[in-house]
Design a protein around this ligand. Structure first.
Ligand code: ZN
Ligand code: ZN
Length: 501
């Protein structure tokens, strides 16, 4: 069901239509029938009352001779901003909802006079007779005070609904975030839902609104945080921030709350999760695969709308260019682990799949875990920042090499040797070096029989001979490359080797 006047996708319906939210208990009414209701409108109701649509009212407004306000029909208003009292849904005399039947049509009566006829007597037989008017005075209804914080929150909600209705994609800043008007409204509604979900004791709708509004104020600070929002987001059970995909989808917090929430807990979450949620970025986010493709834009901030969102496997060599990283204490040996880390950025893919994609042997997964832990110990925040910086740099100037295609082309050593026309046994050292240069790989992790385990004499010899092999085989390696392009096509073309500038 769509509530009139409510921008689709704002999440407001989910708040209003959820029986558990206690919204009906407060309003004493159901959402109005789908009719066109103008948004914020200070004009009085006069003849524009839609038929068969009840309206709540402010007893004091009617008693003082003000007319009926369209504001009272908005499903999310519950209090009169002029008199600071709750809107009332029913007549104090007959208990029926004003304007709920069409009997008022053509009747001339005072503003505060009940619009209904007296209720049908129970068990009565004279069904065809016309019942008398109730004539109850709506101005006599109970006056229930509403606190200022709730009124302020109601006003904020009205303004947010109005802005999102007029221009859903309109740019709006909220604290440090740049977002849209629609995301603003969505954030407020998500805060309302959170408040309802987290309520330990019976809270009134007014309390929930006031709490959501206080949290919204916190988000609107320069640093986007404050006591109310921090407390609300620290309850992982109800936020579902780090939970599995299904839970995150259900919680539907929107990008601003996710960014604020993950940042709050970033230093306490495991290294892999920090990669998944990209805590080193200006604003953390759920991985793209967690958000439904239908409303993708709803789930990412403008800051995140970069292309591509994730580092593609084709950009990542098996052994990352360690010289391109700022953290100077990384060693060349860390290349494969760093490649895995770069490829894991913003993903939930298991490490084993990442290792497979990079052509790393299955056994590498175990040592990768150890490596990750040692990196985590001292340097993890720096490594994460380095990865974000490198990814930003690569987005501006993508590698001219498709590393995935090259890994596939060189996956079988026998096939590789055949295509390039090398004699595997005669020039094993040369083929090793060519494989390393062509794929961006690490010879310790090359397929058999090229691989030389680290620390062995074969490996040490290979490392010592690299420069010599490059010089001596310059022309030969280019020929190999030409033959591979001839065989596999332009997926393996580009320069023979590359490092970021
Ligand atoms: Zn009033
Ligand atoms: Zn009445």
């Amino acid at each position: 069901m769509h509530i009139p006047g409510n921008p689709p996708g704002s999440g407001l319906e989910r708040v209003l239509l959820d029986k558990r939210s206690g919204f009906y208990a407060v309003l004493g009414t159901e959402p109005p029938e789908p009719v066109k209701i103008p948004l914020i409108d200070d004009g009085r109701l006069s003849e524009s009352v839609p038929k068969n649509t009840s309206s709540r009212y402010c007893p004091e407004c009617l008693a003082s001779g003000f007319g009926w306000s369209t504001l009272w029909q908005q499903p999310w208003t519950f209090a009169c901003p002029h008199h600071h009292i709750a809107l009332i849904a029913t007549c104090p005399s007959c208990g029926q909802r004003p304007w709920s039947s069409s009997s008022w049509g053509g009747r001339l009566a005072g503003q505060a006079c009940c619009t209904e006829r007296e209720p049908r007597p129970k068990g009565g037989t004279s069904q065809r007779s016309i019942r008398p008017w109730c004539n109850g005075n709506l101005g006599d209804a109970a006056q229930i005070p509403v606190h200022d914080a709730a009124l302020h929150a109601q006003q904020r909600l009205l303004v947010l609904v109005d802005a999102a209705h007029r221009d859903p994609g309109g740019p709006r800043s909220l604290g440090p975030w740049s977002a849209t008007a629609s995301q603003h409204l969505h954030t407020f509604c998500a805060l309302l839902r959170l408040s309802v979900a987290q309520a330990r004791s019976a809270s009134s709708w007014a309390d929930h609104l006031a709490r959501a509004s206080a949290a919204f104020d916190d988000l609107n600070q320069t640093d986007g945080s404050g006591p109310t929002i921090n407390l609300m987001l620290s309850d992982h059970q109800t936020t579902g921030l780090l939970g599995p995909r299904s839970q995150a989808l259900r919680s539907d917090l929107g990008p601003i709350l996710v960014a604020a929430g993950i940042r709050n807990i970033a230093s306490a979450i495991p290294p892999s999760s920090r990669l998944t949620f990209r805590t080193a970025r200006a604003w953390a986010a759920h991985p793209p695969e967690w958000t439904s493709p239908r409303d993708h834009g709803q789930h990412i901030l403008q800051e995140h709308q970069t292309e591509p969102l994730l580092p593609p496997a084709s950009w990542v060599p098996q052994s990352l260019w360690t010289i391109a990283l700022r953290a100077h204490d990384v060693q060349e040996d860390d290349g494969p682990v760093l490649s895995m880390i770069l490829l894991r950025l913003g993903r939930t893919t298991p490490w084993s799949h990442i290792a497979l994609e990079l052509g790393l042997p299955a056994t590498f997964q175990r040592s990768a875990g150890t490596r990750l832990r040692s990196l985590h110990h001292h340097r993890w925040p720096n490594v994460l920042q380095d990865m974000e910086d490198l990814f930003t740099q690569l987005r501006q100037a993508p590698p001219p090499i498709n590393y995935s295609a090259r890994r596939r082309a060189a996956h079988s050593v026998a096939e590789l040797a055949k295509v390039v026309g090398a004699h595997r046994d005669d020039d094993l050292a040369g083929l090793r070096r060519f494989w390393e240069v062509f794929t961006g790989g690490d010879i310790r992790l090359a397929p058999h029989p090229l691989g030389t385990p680290g620390g062995t004499s074969a490996h040490l010899e290979h490392v010592a001979q690299r420069q010599h092999l490059d010089d001596a085989h310059d022309v030969l390696f280019r020929q190999y490359h030409e033959r591979l392009i001839g065989h596999h096509g332009n997926t393996v073309d580009g320069p023979l080797t590359w490092t970021p500038p």
